[in-house]
Design a protein around this ligand. Structure first.
Ligand SMILES: Cc1cc2nc3c(=O)[nH]c(=O)nc-3n(C[C@H](O)[C@H](O)[C@H](O)COP(=O)(O)OP(=O)(O)OC[C@H]3O[C@@H](n4cnc5c(N)ncnc54)[C@H](O)[C@@H]3O)c2cc1C
Length: 749
């Protein structure tokens, strides 16, 4: 649906997965006089042809207090002027423009006063990775967003370029991976280590290591290297399609939260064009500071930044096209030589990035302002790479920057104004984590805001944003300090290298590992993004969770609350496509409930009881049914009952043996695109007949139920049993953070 109704009640309306193109978003004040718009909206192409027809939107159905209609490149045409029955669109593939009845035109150039403020669900400051991912999620889920950035355009050169495997999963889940891959990024599968030769005549390769080794079960075991600006544009295009334009070059000049003055929109935000001629004052439910390392939002809140590692470095970074006989120029390399250290990162379009250390606070003559010219860095690189030669055909970007580690002491003070990304944590870019961590910060807060504003979850879940994400940042900084220090170490003298080699020979090839390589290997799970593990809280079940049942965490279960769902291949029953189970539900903001149904012959009663019990009054299903459930399209794949959750059913049989109408109860069969046969062999569970069950550690005969949070992390795992136990356990789990009393199981938080 392209007509996006910016009101909480409509935030849960299905948004079109094809995301109509749009740049002319506008907010239309709701007319005082009720209009019979049912049959009065129509989507037209520029040539006037009707694009889509539906009677899904009726003004008479708008709830009291609706603030605005948010339209994206639509024609809004009064019924009276239409010769035929009217309609609103359901999907758009051709850009269409925007027009509307004269008295419904949006307000432009708002010179707002405090009592006539435009209201938003969220104001997002900063259109770097963290702000963009947050905005993209919330725009897709129907929220009204004011998104500003101080820069007139997205990142032009420099900055991040490494998308880690877990982030690529996320981008795929958002249907953005293809757009990233269309830029033909470099893919790093292996890292090569180079050290001085024992003869002292330059450098030699001492080993290679998989960028994401096979012990990490990654769908994409490589790092994707692409310029940050291109990555940002992929998000910006998606935002435009969903009616959000980033307002540039605008800055934030002040904000305050006052729940008493306006409990619904408690945050007042002052914004200003950088020419200082235009100002806006808006009200919002939330403010998000994604405004980078020098965050205005953080400074205003007077949140201190703790510097963990006292050691600082000055690094030069150069993106360019080179001519060289260095054999690993298309690999990621860490090179130590007697003349200094360098890191080589291949990029798209024959570009290569070189990181070169210029100074360290451990140097005797340490000067944090030490710098080096482009030419000096190139000369230094030439010396480091000897006996190989290197010349630059072109330098695209060169910068010298100091690296200091820092972490904000708080990510929010009032759970209305939040921060994420570099505003909260900074560290060296060498492990390629900043943008990736920023993405996951945004994802974490996005779904929590959605569940609170969607009326599903208690506001208290917002507290888990800081506790979950700050711990990840702390771990990142610890890792980074170790990694950066090792990388910056002076290489061992030639005789020490020879001695180490001798030692290796004695120990046997493969046993030798210098500290740097050892740290690198140990850290692969972490750097790939799969190492993130959220601690116990209301969302991530642990023995101290309010939900208690002996069905929780069944014996043999290999899943861990707070960690990602294990990958699995299954066959989709309706079309016999072999699919990646963990990707089947798009990032739709819903909890993902995977019913591993085991063998139908064994679990017939259990699965029937499961269905009966979720259909009972006050279950999590019946308590959060969509208000428009009677008009939900037959083709709604993911949220036919509720935007709170999506169900998947995985049956331990071959596809040809599955008969949905016989084996799957109606309530689960409603998700017919999410019924799978567990019949694909997997090398990680070679003996298993039902490999997906086996990988999860669930009994192939009896199955089990896995609840995965909207961001892909496991909430709870239960057995699937006859009777009400399984649903009781789930009701009890959701009760820990839901807004409603589920089967009298309301737990104390
Ligand atoms: C040389 C280099 C290489 C890197 N390589 C990698 C890598 O390979 N992988 C990786 O994951 N990370 C890497 N990083 C880190 C990565 O660039 C950052 O961690 C990431 O950009 C953080 O995203 P962010 O959205 O939090 O902040 P930023 O990207 O800094 O974005 C902040 C945005 O806020 C805007 N802004 C600031 N102040 C205001 C204001 N007052 N009003 C409005 N807007 C404002 C800015 O214009 C900017 O667009 C690298 C960084 C550098 C410097």
């Amino acid at each position: 649906m392209t007509c996006r109704l910016q009101h909480p009640a409509f935030a849960r309306l299905p948004l079109n997965s094809s995301h109509p193109p749009s740049t002319n978003a506008a907010s239309v004040p709701i007319p005082k006089e009720p209009l019979s718009l049912g049959g009065s909206l129509q989507l037209q192409r520029r040539d006037g042809s009707v694009l889509a027809e539906s009677n899904a939107v009726k003004i008479s159905e708008f709830p009291p207090g609706l603030m605005s209609l948010h339209l994206s490149r639509l024609f809004l045409i009064p019924l009276s002027s239409l010769p035929s029955p009217f309609t609103s669109g359901s999907f758009v593939e051709t850009p269409i423009s925007f027009a509307m009845d004269e008295n419904m035109k949006p307000r432009e150039g708002v010179e707002a006063t405090s009592d006539a403020c435009e209201k938003y669900d969220i104001v997002i400051v900063g259109a770097g990775p963290v702000g963009l991912l947050l905005s993209t999620c919330l725009a897709r889920w129907g929220y009204k967003i004011k998104h500003i950035d101080i820069r007139p355009e997205p990142t032009k050169t420099g900055r991040a370029d490494g998308i880690q495997p877990r982030s690529l999963d996320l981008l795929r889940n958002m249907d953005l991976k293809a757009a990233i891959m269309a830029h033909k990024p470099a893919k790093v599968y292996e890292v090569a280590f180079w050290d001085p030769t024992s003869a002292g005549d330059g450098i030699h390769r001492t080993g290679t290591w998989a960028s994401c080794p096979s012990f990490v079960d990654a769908r994409y075991p490589f790092t994707t290297l692409l310029h940050q600006g291109m990555i940002e544009r992929v998000f910006i295009d998606d935002l435009n399609k969903n009616g959000v334009d980033i307002q540039r070059p605008w800055t934030i000049t002040g904000f305050k939260t006052d729940e008493k003055a306006d409990p619904e929109y408690p945050v007042q935000v002052d914004l200003e064009h950088i020419d200082r001629k235009q100002k806006e004052r808006v009200r919002s439910k939330y403010l998000f500071g994604g405004d980078g390392a020098r965050s205005f939002v953080r400074n205003q809140l007077q949140i201190a930044v703790k510097h963990k590692d006292p050691i600082a470095y000055v690094w030069g970074v150069m993106d360019g096209v080179v001519k060289t006989d260095f054999p690993d120029i298309k690999m990621k390399c860490t090179i130590h030589s007697e003349h200094g250290s360098i890191m080589v990162i291949p990029r798209e379009n024959n570009l290569v990035r070189l990181y070169i250390q210029i100074a360290s606070s451990t140097d005797k003559d340490w000067d944090p302002r030490k710098t080096a010219s482009e030419e000096e860095v190139q000369n230094s690189a030439k010396r480091i790479l000897e006996p190989y030669s290197i010349e630059w055909e072109r330098v695209e970007w060169y910068s010298v920057y100091p690296i200091g580690q820092g972490i904000a002491e708080k990510y929010t003070l009032d759970h209305r104004v939040f921060m994420g990304g570099d505003a909260c944590h900074t560290h060296s870019p060498k492990a390629g984590q900043g943008m990736n961590t920023a993405f996951l910060d945004a994802l974490n807060i996005a779904w929590k805001i959605h569940h609170v504003e969607g009326g599903f979850a208690d506001r208290s879940i917002l507290q888990s944003y800081e506790s979950e994400r700050k711990l990840v940042a702390e771990n990142l900084l610890n890792f980074d300090a170790k990694y950066a220090a090792l990388f910056s170490q002076q290489p061992p003298a030639a005789q020490h290298v020879a001695a180490a080699n001798e030692q290796r020979d004695q120990k046997g090839a493969g046993e030798e590992e210098n500290q740097f390589i050892k740290t690198f290997k140990e850290s692969c799970e972490f750097t790939s993004g799969y190492g993130v593990a959220y601690g116990p809280n209301a969302l991530n079940w642990s023995p101290s969770h309010p939900a208690q049942s002996n069905l929780i965490n069944p014996t043999g279960n290999k899943l861990r609350s707070g960690r990602l769902l294990i990958n699995a291949n299954v066959t989709r029953v309706v079309d016999a496509n072999v699919v990646h189970l963990e990707q089947e539900i798009p990032l739709n903001g819903s909890f993902r409930i995977y019913v591993f149904a085991g063998k139908p012959s064994t679990t017939k009663t259990a699965i029937g009881d499961f269905a009966r019990n979720i259909n009972k009054k006050s279950s999590f299903l019946t308590s959060y049914l969509r208000s428009d459930i009677d008009t939900v399209s037959h083709h709604e794949r993911h949220n036919p009952h509720s935007h709170f959750f999506t169900f998947c059913t995985i049956i331990a049989s071959s596809r040809s043996d599955v008969e949905i109408s016989r084996d799957v109860p109606d309530v689960l069969a409603r998700y017919r695109d999410h019924i799978y046969a567990d019949d694909i062999w997997d090398p990680r569970a070679p003996e298993a007949k039902a490999a997906a069950h086996a990988k999860m550690g669930l009994d192939e005969e009896k199955g089990g139920v896995i609840v995965v949070r909207p961001d892909g992390y496991i909430g709870i795992v239960t057995s699937l049993v006859e009777g009400s136990g399984t649903v009781d356990a789930l009701n009890s789990y959701f009760s820990a953070f839901c807004t409603k009393n589920l089967s009298e199981h309301r737990a104390i938080l």
